[in-house]
Structure formats: C-alpha cells, structure tokens
Design a protein around this ligand. Structure first.
Ligand SMILES: C[S@@+](CC[C@H](N)C(=O)[O-])C[C@H]1O[C@@H](n2cnc3c(N)ncnc32)[C@H](O)[C@@H]1O
Length: 239
C-alpha cells in the first residue's frame, strides 16, 4: 500500500514498518520493527522493568509516527497492570489508514488499543496537543502534533525518553546539543533516554548536553544501540 510518500513495508522479523520514499528511510529497523521496539526502546529505556515492578511510568517519545512503540509499551502496561503516561511528539502524523494497517498487522490481538491509537492520530491538529486521553484506567496518551524543537516540555517529568527521530542525515537538529539539553531538563532523576543511534557526533553532543551514555548490543541487524542518563543522576539502570 502506498500513500503520498509512505508505503507499508514488511521487515525481516515478519512485522511491518512504513517506508518514506522521499527521505528513503524506514520508520523502524528493516531487520525487525517489533524487535527494535522491544529491545531498543521498551527494554533499554528501563520501561519494561519499571512496569513489571509496578512503578508508574511517564514516557516521552520523539517521533510518534504510527504509534507502534506506544502500542507495544501500552500492551506491557496492561499486562503488568501498571500506570503508563505516554507523551508522543510528532510533527507530521502518517495517514491514519496506513497507521491502522501497520498496527493491525503488528498487533492483531490488540484491536481496542490499535483503534484508540488511530482515533487519536486521526484527530491530531497542527501545533496542538490532545491532552492526556485515557485508553483505560491505567494508560493515557498525550499526542502532541508539533515540531519537537519548538514544543515546551515539562521539567523533570519523564522516566524514559524514546528518541526515535529520523536519522541524523534527515533530522540533524534532533541529535544536537540544544535539543538534547531540552530532553535532559525534561527527564526525572534516574530517567533514561534510549535510541538506535550511536554515531560519534551524537555521542559527543550527549556528553556536552550533560549525559553519560553507554552502548548496548542491538537487536538483529544492528550491532550497537545506546542509552543515556543525565550526569546528575545515579548509575544507569540495567535494562
Ligand atoms: C523513525 S520515524 C518514528 C517511528 C515511530 N516511532 C513509530 O513507531 O512509527 C521518525 C518520526 O519523526 C517525525 N519527526 C521528524 N522530525 C520531527 C520533529 N522536528 N518534531 C516531531 N517529529 C518529527 C517524523 O515525522 C517521523 O514520524
């Protein structure tokens, strides 16, 4: 299925992603959308562990896209019966029918959650936020439809940040010191930023923005990925 510059694409673990033909980038790893969501974000950001341990968790995602990382995370919040407050920042939401195809292919058992996500995506208005919308009594989603560079973030609020922008080539400003400083200020003490990017310039920007970082083994097809925590916080939580 192709819509504008986006098309649905099967990845090597059998799950689906979107391919942006203009930027020539996929929304998830082409080696496995589900594997990336699970390892790089849910586990490495400490969210899986927090939810399993019944710790209410606030997640910020930069690059909400189709909402698949949200669906994956909310699924675990439901299983764990733990509160999840999820904020997704997205400048250009994909067409809802494409997001729906992706979500229903990747999470066919989660009909209500996929419908909820698509409903929120379909109502997104430029330069505004949905507000904290409840999916159930434990999970809320606030979809912010705006440029992440411009949107003001609450201070010391997020336990985990999923940095899932496009690559440095296509989204250079989202991997630079000024934006990373903004993310650091929005992070709660002990919070973790997780991402797929390990480039030298990004690691240097993290250091100068006040983070300590570590490389971790990536999922299949990606040798290394990365987590980072503000330097004023204790040791990085093990994934
Ligand atoms: C790699 S995709 C994210 C995939 C997404 N996490 C998912 O599960 O479908 C990167 C996303 O970042 C968004 N994006 C790029 N620049 C942005 C910006 N300045 N502010 C907010 N979102 C941005 C793009 O529109 C795209 O949806």
């Amino acid at each position: 299925m192709q819509k504008n510059n986006l098309q649905l694409l099967a990845t090597k673990d059998g799950s689906y992603t979107l391919y942006d033909t203009e930027r020539q980038e996929t929304y998830h790893s082409k080696f496995g959308a589900t594997a990336e969501s699970e390892t790089v974000f849910l586990h490495n950001a400490g969210v899986y562990k927090r939810l399993t341990n019944q710790q209410p968790t606030a997640v910020l995602e930069i690059g909400f896209g189709s909402g698949y990382n949200f669906v994956h995370t909310a699924q675990h919040a439901m299983t764990s019966k733990c509160a999840l407050h999820y904020t997704g920042l997205e400048m250009r939401p994909p067409p809802t029918d494409l997001a729906r195809s992706l979500l229903k292919s990747n999470a066919p058992q989660l009909v209500a959650l996929c419908d909820f996500t698509c409903d929120v995506l379909s109502k997104a208005l430029p330069n505004s936020e949905s507000g904290e919308l409840p999916f159930d009594s434990l999970t809320t989603l606030n979809l912010v439809c705006a440029d992440a560079l411009d949107w003001a973030l609450p201070e010391g609020y997020f336990d985990a940040i999923y940095l899932d922008a496009f690559s440095i080539k296509n989204n250079p400003d989202l991997w630079c010191k000024p934006f990373l400083e903004k993310l650091r200020i929005a992070t709660k003490q002990g919070g973790i930023l997780a991402t797929y990017c390990v480039s030298r310039s990004f690691r240097d920007a993290l250091t100068s923005a006040g983070y300590k970082w570590q490389k971790l083994p990536g999922p299949k097809g990606k040798r290394e990925v990365l987590t980072a925590s503000p330097t004023n916080t204790p040791d990085l939580t093990k994934a």
